[in-house]
Design a binder for this molecule. Structure first.
Ligand code: BGC
Ligand code: NOJ
Length: 815
């Protein structure tokens, strides 16, 4: 069953009924001001940091779902009937409801009793504000007298404090209302130099800023007292819960449309110019007023919206493909790329599943996300790399997370996730291959943000590699520390205290527990660093890294091979995990993926054998599960992985982030049908028809789909913010379609299903445009036999970078 459809032409997903199985959300904003918005206008906004600069309130895990949002109410003055044109919060019976989620905007339209309303929500590029443009049309044959109310609830900035510290919060709230603009200025009187504003393009019949007055005691958002009676109270919030609501009266002739624009924004003043007049307690509005005036104007709204559309056309235009498979086209051209940008902006902070207060920016997550967006925003990737590197410890180790506002490492989560440093090498390698900008290697970055500790980025990468080499266990495999990619495989934790964090507790500093996964990752990273060293003319260093990699490769084959697949780890006691010897957790997906990706066992049949084992033991109709058999009970020596009921999350869920590693592995050994089959199983668009089972949005990847051991097999959770976005993008674009940026050019090396005859792509790369057509007349999966550039045959399948501005035609024949 579907709840809408794709409109690929407009790059939108169109939801046609409001009661989706879960709120289906979208993101607003592209630089610093962001919001999430659901298909019924639920969600919230923040500036840079979803915890520390939250503008509006949202009630997570509420009933009904998804309360707190960008709400509007229409009230018919004649009958007194009122409704929300976005369905929530009134849940009135709407006609022709439609929500169009697009690239950085959402538009929600509906009709009730002959009154149509359509609201477009977006954040103009480079502005710290959001626009709601509402158009109300009277489709009746008589005049309509209507009231339009807006409604938001302000968050008192720190979203965690806001939800917990009521003894203080109920006394601090402050607002100003001037010329119909509502200003939220809680704590502005003291140490904050920022405030929020909420403006309306029309003259007001009234306003409210005190939530409990607007709603009325014991009323919910579905029946605000002001809306019920058809008149605002003009309330001013002193403490309690500040809100923002405008009341506009509209009289519409038959057929007439009226446009009303609302602007909600964030602004900062210099500390010495906070008040106007100086010495008063009144916000200085000098810089913000012209901005408000500008964006309340219809023509400015239109051109800002156009600019947003152009912004996305440009980003998405960097790679466009046309293949025989619509799900591939749609995800590569639109939604997967878009999701990669969202993970760049949000990391793991704010979604329907991430509360915005829980997690900072992950070191590993941010480094991996880079792989998915570096081709779209290389300059910002550069900045991100340097930010991440500056949090690294002198040992090469890493804080597991850092805070986006301060860019400092986050003590609360700590360090010791021993895979973290290696991902930095992979992220930097991806940046270098995309841009050729080796100057980044000379950029100085601090350690642990300590001024004076700077060294060139290149040295950070060297230290990353050394970090692993200096932490090898009894078998010569890397020590796992707190955990590796699998945050929940906690082999040194031994937690028996309820609620204790598995991620931060380490009871036993063992020096024994080893990770085969990090072994594979190290082999991959060592080769990347060797290539980087060569670029800098350090052939001796390159040789050393290759030798280190080869040694680890041999160790993995010796101690990490179980006969039919790669083992997972050795535990605190030195016992094997992910082996036939185990009763549960005999085979894990991660080492099969990463080892083959690193090239381990490709030459001696181990890779193929490992992937065959994945196919027979882990693959199922909804994707590939993380391990088998699932852990049926809690194992104190394994940690969080066994805390989940079987089939969920890291305990044998289909952890989508890992599936692309297997797709890539299959592509490396040339099995195109298998690679695509896996690609299709978790492709959200290909799952649209089973939306009632899948439940999450059909336009973006979830982190997890419940595995075969779960009672809800096939049900997705944690949509949007997952490394799944970047890795699926890498798998499909670089390994299956085979368009891969390398240091010396663009490699074309597809691995496709047998039945495909051709596909086409446009790729912009280092300033030139490549119009590529791949033909495959002989039904093979892999193997390029001929490449020509502008009609001239080249040697091999690596196209040297073309001059900036050039547009070349590339013809590729496989066979
Ligand atoms: C989740 C992991 C996640 C970790 C982050 C765990 O509860 O299962 O997926 O990586 O938290 O700290
Ligand atoms: C989600 C985390 O964000 C990611 O860093 C981790 O690798 C996976 N969970 C697996 O535990």
């Amino acid at each position: 069953m579907r709840y809408g459809h794709f409109d690929d032409e407009r790059r939108e997903y169109v939801i046609t009924r409001p009661d989706t199985p879960l709120p289906w959300i979208n993101y607003l904003g592209s630089e610093a001001y962001f919001g999430i918005i659901s298909n019924t206008a639920g969600g919230y906004s923040f500036y840079r940091d979803a915890r520390l600069r939250r503008l509006t309130r949202y009630r997570y895990n509420n009933t009904p779902f998804d309360l707190g949002g960008r709400y509007l109410y229409l009230r018919d003055s004649a009958s007194g009937d009122f409704w929300s044109p976005s369905w929530q919060p009134t849940q009135s019976e709407l006609e022709d409801y439609e929500c169009r989620h697009g690239m950085g905007y959402s538009a929600i339209a509906s009709r009730l009793g002959g009154i149509e309303a359509e609201t477009l929500y977006f954040v103009p590029v480079e502005e710290n504000l959001e626009i709601w443009r509402t158009r109300v049309t009277n489709k009746r044959d008589s005049e309509a007298k209507l009231s339009l109310f807006s409604a938001i609830e302000f968050c008192l900035w720190d979203a965690w404090e806001d939800q917990t510290n009521f003894q203080r919060n109920f006394s601090t709230g402050q607002v100003e209302v001037e010329d119909g603009v509502i200003y939220h200025k809680t704590e502005y009187r003291e140490r904050r130099d920022h405030f929020a504003y909420f403006a309306c393009s029309e003259p007001l019949a009234g306003f409210d800023t005190q939530r409990d007055t607007f709603l009325g005691a014991y009323h919910g958002w579905d029946s605000p007292a002001a809306v019920e009676r058809g008149k605002s109270f003009d309330s001013i919030a002193h403490g309690w819960a500040p809100c923002g609501s405008h009341h506009v009266e509209l009289t519409l002739a038959p057929g007439e449309t009226k446009e009303v624009v609302f602007v909600l924004g964030y602004s900062e003043n210099p500390v010495d110019a906070k008040f106007d007049p100086p010495g008063s307690q009144t916000i200085n509005k000098k810089t913000v007023k012209p901005l408000i005036e500008r964006y309340l104007r219809s023509d400015e709204v239109e051109s800002a919206f156009q600019q947003l559309r152009d912004y996305w056309s440009e980003l998405l235009g960097i790679l466009q493909v046309s293949t025989p498979d619509e799900h591939t086209n749609r995800m590569v051209n639109i939604w997967n790329a878009y999701q990669c940008m969202v993970t760049f902006n949000m990391s793991r902070s704010a979604s329907f599943f991430e509360s915005g207060i829980g997690r900072g920016m992950g070191f590993r997550d941010s480094a991996q996300d880079l792989l998915g967006f570096v081709h779209m925003v290389p300059e910002r990737a550069r900045e991100r790399i340097l930010d991440i590197a500056a949090t690294q410890f002198p040992s090469g180790g890493a804080y597991h997370q850092y805070q986006p506002l301060t860019k400092r490492g986050n003590d609360a989560v700590g360090s010791g996730f021993n895979d973290d440093p290696a991902w930095l090498i992979l992220g930097v390698a991806a940046y270098l291959k995309e841009t050729g900008d080796i100057s980044i290697l000379d950029e100085e970055a601090t350690y642990d943000n300590e001024p004076g500790s700077e060294s060139p980025l290149y040295e950070h990468l060297q230290r990353s590699l050394r970090y692993t080499l200096h932490r090898l266990g009894p078998h010569g495999l890397p020590l796992i520390g707190r955990a590796d990619w699998n945050d929940c495989l906690n082999l040194n934790c031994f937690s028996t205290t309820p609620g204790e964090s598995f991620q931060t507790t380490e009871n036993k500093e063992g020096g024994v527990a080893e990770s085969v996964f990090i072994g594979g990752l190290f082999v991959l990273a060592a080769e990347e660093l060797a290539q980087i060293a060569e670029r800098r003319g350090h052939t001796d260093e390159a040789e050393t890294y290759r030798a280190d990699g080869a040694k680890m490769d041999a160790t993995v084959r010796e101690h990490g091979w179980d006969g039919d697949w790669f083992r997972r780890a050795y535990d605190y006691f030195g016992a094997v995990i992910g082996s036939k010897e185990n009763e549960e957790g005999q085979i894990f997906i991660e080492p099969q993926g990463i080892c083959v990706l690193a090239g381990i066992g490709v030459d001696d049949g181990k890779a193929e054998k490992a992937l065959d084992s994945v196919a027979s033991k882990l693959a199922c109709e909804h994707g590939i599960v993380l391990q088998q058999p699932a852990y049926s009970h809690y194992y104190v020596n394994l940690g969080e992985i066994s805390s989940y009921p079987p089939g969920y999350k890291e305990n044998a869920g289909i952890f989508c982030h890992t599936n692309p590693w297997i797709m890539i592995g299959e592509a490396i050994i040339g099995r195109g049908d298998e690679a695509f089959d896996y690609y299709r199983r978790i492709n959200p668009s290909a799952r649209e028809d089973i939306s009632e089972l899948h439940r999450c949005e059909p336009y973006v990847y979830p982190q997890m789909i419940a595995g075969k051991d779960a009672p809800t097999f096939g049900e997705a959770k944690n949509s949007w913010l997952s490394g799944t976005a970047a890795w699926n993008f890498v798998a499909i674009s670089q390994w299956l379609l085979g368009l891969r940026a390398e240091h010396d050019g663009l490699r074309v090396d597809p691995c496709l299903p047998k039945e495909w005859e051709s596909y086409e792509a446009t790729r912009k790369f280092r300033g030139a445009t490549y119009r590529i057509s791949v033909s495959k007349p002989k039904g093979v999966c892999k193997g390029v036999t001929q490449v020509s550039v502008d009609g001239k045959k080249i040697e091999g399948n690596l196209i040297a970078p073309q001059p900036a501005g050039a547009e070349v035609v590339v013809e590729v024949t496989m066979g």
